[in-house]
Design a protein around this ligand. Structure first.
Ligand code: P6P
Length: 335
């Protein structure tokens, strides 16, 4: 059976669903092409001179890997001339990046984490690119887009996706009509559909959390994890497995495909230190994908997609995956 390419899928979505506007289709094609180029750069490793860290730090105060900056540049350059975007925002940039005046502006905003999990790059573990697409408000005077225009709740996203650079290079995408997976065929450079309308399997006894943070967890998280570690000797009565890759995209992809739950809870011991993950270009896109695949995503108390953002790089606690597991901890917070 001949498999569909990403282009064919997007054209069919545009024709059938009518929800996929031409500019959005172009945006997704351009982001997907950038992910191919990023995959190629990562694949070279030490041979491509792309490993290691720079002296610089990003807005998060994290040391930047060379590939963080290279991937960021690739996404900016690929997207700024096409006329489908008004502006972009990235984990690696303090402020938003406006489309230069020499290019036409489009109706979308693109947010991305160019390389998520970049500490894994130097040791050949999976990393990913995460992206989120919002509509640009109709600015009455045609004035330039501002950072404020990006601060939309995640439920307003028109598309979200990630690329995971692992043994295969895989692109997972939703435009609001299910979650679809494409594998990069390196021989011809095509994204080929390998799964469609993904439904997250329920009942998987597997959790993903960095247990070295246990002293910062709330009592609800501590109890949730303790009950699962107790396994068949505890109240749940069945054993669990644990996975923590240090790369949220890799953990999220595993959960999307085989179930389980991911937790990076907010830190309750240090007031003001909310959590590590960022709402706008990590939490929101992942939450859209999880919900579209029948999963759930909260910050412990509220649905991620309902959070009204207050700043571009705001951090949140993130619990996502199996809806029964997410509900179990959200209920505990509520009690
Ligand atoms: P820790 C990578 O830096 C990241 O943002 C996510 O991809 C990952 O899940 C998490 O942080 C890992 O954090 O504290 O375990 O190193």
């Amino acid at each position: 059976m001949k498999r569909k390419t990403l282009t064919q899928f997007l054209i069919e979505q545009q024709r059938e669903a009518g929800t996929l506007q031409p500019q959005l289709r172009l945006l997704i094609e351009v982001v997907a092409r950038s992910c191919k180029a990023i995959s190629h750069a990562i694949g070279k490793g030490a041979l491509g001179g792309v490993l290691g860290s720079l002296e610089s730090e990003n807005v998060q105060g994290e040391v930047q890997k060379k590939l963080d900056v290279i991937a960021n540049e690739m996404l900016l350059e690929a997207n700024e001339w096409g006329g489908h975007l008004a502006a972009m925002a990235s984990e690696e940039m303090e402020t938003i990046h406006l489309v230069p005046n020499r290019y036409p502006k489009g109706e979308y905003l693109l947010l991305f984490d160019p390389i998520d999990g970049s500490s894994n790059i130097d040791v050949d573990l999976s990393v990913g690119t995460i992206f989120s697409v919002l509509r640009a408000a109709e600015t009455a005077s045609g004035a330039d887009v501002s950072e404020q225009d990006f601060l939309q709740a995640g439920q307003t996203q028109v598309a979200a996706g990630y690329a995971v650079y692992g043994p295969q290079t895989i692109l997972v995408l939703t435009v609001g009509a299910g979650v679809h997976e494409f594998t990069l065929d390196r021989e011809i450079g095509s994204w080929v559909m390998t799964d469609t309308n993904i439904r997250m399997p329920g009942g998987k006894r597997e959790f993903a959390i960095n247990t070295s943070n246990a002293r910062q967890w709330s009592p609800e998280v501590t109890r949730f994890i303790d009950e699962r570690i107790a396994g068949k000797d505890g109240p749940i009565g069945t054993d669990y497995n644990m996975r923590w890759t240090g790369s949220m995209v890799a953990d999220a992809h595993r959960i999307l495909k085989r179930g389980g739950v991911f937790l990076y809870p907010r830190d309750v011991r240090q007031p003001g230190k909310v959590g590590k993950l960022r709402l706008m270009y990590e939490g929101n896109p992942m939450a859209m994908l999880m919900e579209q695949a029948g999963g759930a995503a909260t910050d412990g108390e509220q649905r991620i997609l309902s959070i009204e953002p207050s700043s571009l790089h705001q951090r949140i606690g993130l619990i996502m995956g199996d809806p029964a597991e997410v509900e179990a901890i959200t209920t505990a917070y509520r009690e």
